[in-house]
Write a protein that binds this ligand. Structure first.
Ligand code: FES
Length: 68
């Protein structure tokens, strides 16, 4: 699904950016240009960002801790 029509950025691209380390709207704006034109996508982009950050953190927490 296209989230930012002005910059042709999809929800998948936002999730990929989060996987690569982006963690804030400021970083999405700076690196992908999301919400830097008309701004109508900002709420949706923020929801995708926060949902995937939540999923990513849950995944990290579910990883087993390796000990020697
Ligand atoms: S739709 Fe994202 S800036 Fe316009």
């Amino acid at each position: 699904m296209i989230v930012c029509v002005c910059n042709n950025i999809s929800d998948r691209e936002i999730r990929q950016a989060v996987d690569l380390g982006l963690s804030s709207m400021e970083e999405l704006k700076r690196d992908l240009g999301v919400a830097t034109c008309c701004g109508k996508c900002e709420n949706c982009a923020c929801e995708v960002l926060e949902a995937h950050l939540g999923n990513t953190q849950e995944t990290v927490l579910k990883r087993p801790v390796l000990t020697n």
